[in-house]
Design a protein around this ligand. Structure first.
Ligand SMILES: *[C@@H]1O[C@H](CO)[C@@H](O)[C@H](O)[C@H]1NC(C)=O
Ligand SMILES: *[C@@H]1O[C@H](CO)[C@@H](O)[C@H](O)[C@H]1NC(C)=O
Ligand SMILES: *[C@@H]1O[C@H](CO)[C@@H](O)[C@H](O)[C@H]1NC(C)=O
Ligand SMILES: *[C@@H]1O[C@H](CO)[C@@H](O)[C@H](O)[C@H]1NC(C)=O
Ligand SMILES: *[C@@H]1O[C@H](CO)[C@@H](O)[C@H](O)[C@H]1NC(C)=O
Ligand SMILES: *[C@@H]1O[C@H](CO)[C@@H](O)[C@H](O)[C@H]1NC(C)=O
Ligand SMILES: *[C@@H]1O[C@H](CO)[C@@H](O)[C@H](O)[C@H]1NC(C)=O
Ligand SMILES: *[C@@H]1O[C@H](CO)[C@@H](O)[C@H](O)[C@H]1NC(C)=O
Ligand SMILES: *[C@@H]1O[C@H](CO)[C@@H](O)[C@H](O)[C@H]1NC(C)=O
Ligand SMILES: *[C@@H]1O[C@H](CO)[C@@H](O)[C@H](O)[C@H]1NC(C)=O
Length: 403
């Protein structure tokens, strides 16, 4: 049916409280509704479902409430007089249609401004899904960092549609939306992106978390360049050093406090980046780092495989931390592993180097024999053309903890 000028004068209803009313959808009671009238707007924001025969406002609302996709409705009551109980052709719309259609054609109406209506519509729509949205801009060079976690969703053509898809997926942490393409960020910690420089505008990223997953990872240890030396003594490893979002270590005391506060409900994640820009990751659950009096012994952890990273962080349980000036490794001849290599929870000695020396490309692909095991190593994940994994030093390493 083609829209006429007359139709554009019709009574229009936007259903603000529909989602609250959904719980009544299959009950006998009519849903509790707050219908708002917007005279002057076109009745049809785009193609929508139409009732076969005229119905009342309440019947139309009930029809909408029974459809999970229905977020807005309009009632064509042109042919009948104003008044309660009037009949009209009922049209149902998805949030996407309503938002886009009414937005573009209802701008500048008298009364409630279009952008106000739409933003409150959007807010209510998202609130009903326990979603809070924050828009951030991320620098171009960060895109590849989470590129591996993007799930492209070619079908979604609006922000609302994109958010709806994300909110249906428990692992979804955020979306990347650029005018017509929607991508979901799944299973990746994003909190840190909230602090990216505001002037970079390559991509608009809308991040959110639902109530169910209102947690995010914070950085414990990050290695991105050789700009900061990690060859430091006990006192600094105790308190931590570096710059958050840059080369950084939160500190052993921090780790002790945080893990002992929730010894059986914490979750860590390790991300490693190869020099070919491929990411691997895995999780460590219920890590427990004991007090300084034990030399920050790692007493518990449970490894949980994820994206290919192997268990190399801790060689074993009940291992002390060791720097050049404190802590005991377990070498039978009493070697100081930290002196030979780097600080770490050493047995005799280690298979990973979160606190190792940062080697640049291409040296890092196969370090010299003298530098064996001194780098940002993760021995069992080195490329297969490296016979001894301790010769490959990674491009980036990050250890995160779920807050
Ligand atoms: C809705 O329209 C207004 C003005 O026409 C515009 O400023 C705003 O960005 C639009 N919003 C969306 C979500 O399209
Ligand atoms: C939203 O959160 C409330 C309170 O936490 C919860 O009762 C409700 O089931 C959640 N709704 C959805 C759609 O997850
Ligand atoms: C990001 O920057 C690189 C070089 O700085 C450039 O080659 C690339 O096209 C940029 N990508 C986007 C999406 O702007
Ligand atoms: C959306 O994605 C397709 C395929 O990746 C691409 O051809 C198109 O240019 C993208 N559109 C926008 C607006 O980026
Ligand atoms: C828009 O996003 C799609 C993936 O969702 C990507 O392939 C495309 O390059 C992006 N376009 C621009 C202009 O950033
Ligand atoms: C960021 O943008 C603001 C205003 O647009 C400008 O004053 C400021 O100098 C910019 N900062 C950088 C680092 O480009
Ligand atoms: C901690 O390390 C020091 C060596 O620096 C050692 O003397 C001390 O016994 C260790 N503490 C424990 C509890 O093993
Ligand atoms: C291993 O293979 C990669 C990719 O083919 C290559 O770039 C790298 O130089 C090789 N490493 C060594 C130590 O030969
Ligand atoms: C790596 O370097 C060592 C010398 O440090 C050399 O013996 C070995 O062949 C190199 N490995 C590869 C795969 O090139
Ligand atoms: C990058 O290197 C790693 C280790 O050799 C390998 O597993 C991975 O497949 C490589 N990625 C690409 C895109 O070649």
């Amino acid at each position: 049916m083609k829209l006429t000028a007359k139709h554009s004068e019709l009574l229009q209803l936007l259903l603000w409280k529909l989602l609250t009313a959904m719980s009544f959808a299959y009950g006998c009671q009519p849903p509790t509704l707050k219908l708002t009238r917007f005279p002057g707007c076109p009745a049809d924001p785009g193609s929508g479902w139409r009732s076969l025969q005229p119905v009342t406002e309440q019947q139309c609302a009930m029809l909408c409430a029974k459809q999970s996709w229905c977020a807005a409705l309009s009632l064509d009551a042109a042919s009948i007089a104003d008044g309660i109980g009037q009949l009209g052709e009922c049209r149902l719309f998805t949030a996407e249609t309503a938002l886009i259609g009414w937005n573009s054609s209802c701008g500048g109406q008298s009364g409630l401004a279009s952008s106000d209506r739409l933003s409150s519509f959007q807010t209510e729509y998202l609130a009903a899904r326990n979603v809070t949205v924050k828009r951030v801009h991320i620098p171009n060079n960060s895109v590849k960092i989470f590129a591996a976690f993007l799930q492209h969703q070619p079908a979604a053509s609006s922000l609302i549609g994109c958010v709806a898809k994300c909110s249906e997926l428990p692992a979804c942490r955020g979306i990347v939306f650029n005018s017509s393409n929607c991508s979901l960020l799944t299973d990746y910690p994003l909190c840190r992106w909230f602090e990216q420089p505001p002037n970079s505008s390559e991509l608009a990223v809308y991040e959110f978390h639902t109530v169910g997953t209102q947690q995010c990872f914070e950085t414990v240890n990050l290695r991105v360049s050789d700009a900061l030396s990690f060859d430091r003594l006990w006192a600094e490893y105790k308190t931590g050093f570096g710059t958050y979002h840059g080369n950084y270590f939160a500190g052993l005391e921090w780790l002790h406090a945080r893990t002992s506060a929730q010894p059986s409900s914490n979750r860590f994640r390790v991300d490693l980046l190869y020099w070919n820009d491929t990411y691997i990751y895995a999780y460590y659950l219920n890590v427990l780092i004991l007090a300084e009096s034990t030399n920050y012994t790692v007493s518990e952890f449970t490894f949980e495989p994820g994206g290919g990273l192997h268990q190399n962080l801790f060689v074993d349980k009940n291992i002390q931390f060791q720097t050049r000036d404190r802590g005991l490794s377990t070498c039978s001849y009493g070697q100081n592993c930290a002196q030979m290599f780097q600080p770490q929870w050493h047995t005799c000695c280690h298979s990973s180097g979160p606190f190792g020396r940062y080697f640049n490309y291409p040296t890092a692909l196969n370090v010299s024999a003298a530098d064996r095991a001194k780098g940002i190593v993760w021995a069992s994940n080195a490329p297969t053309n490296i016979t001894d994994g301790h010769y490959y030093s990674f491009k980036q390493l990050e250890i995160l903890m779920l807050t």
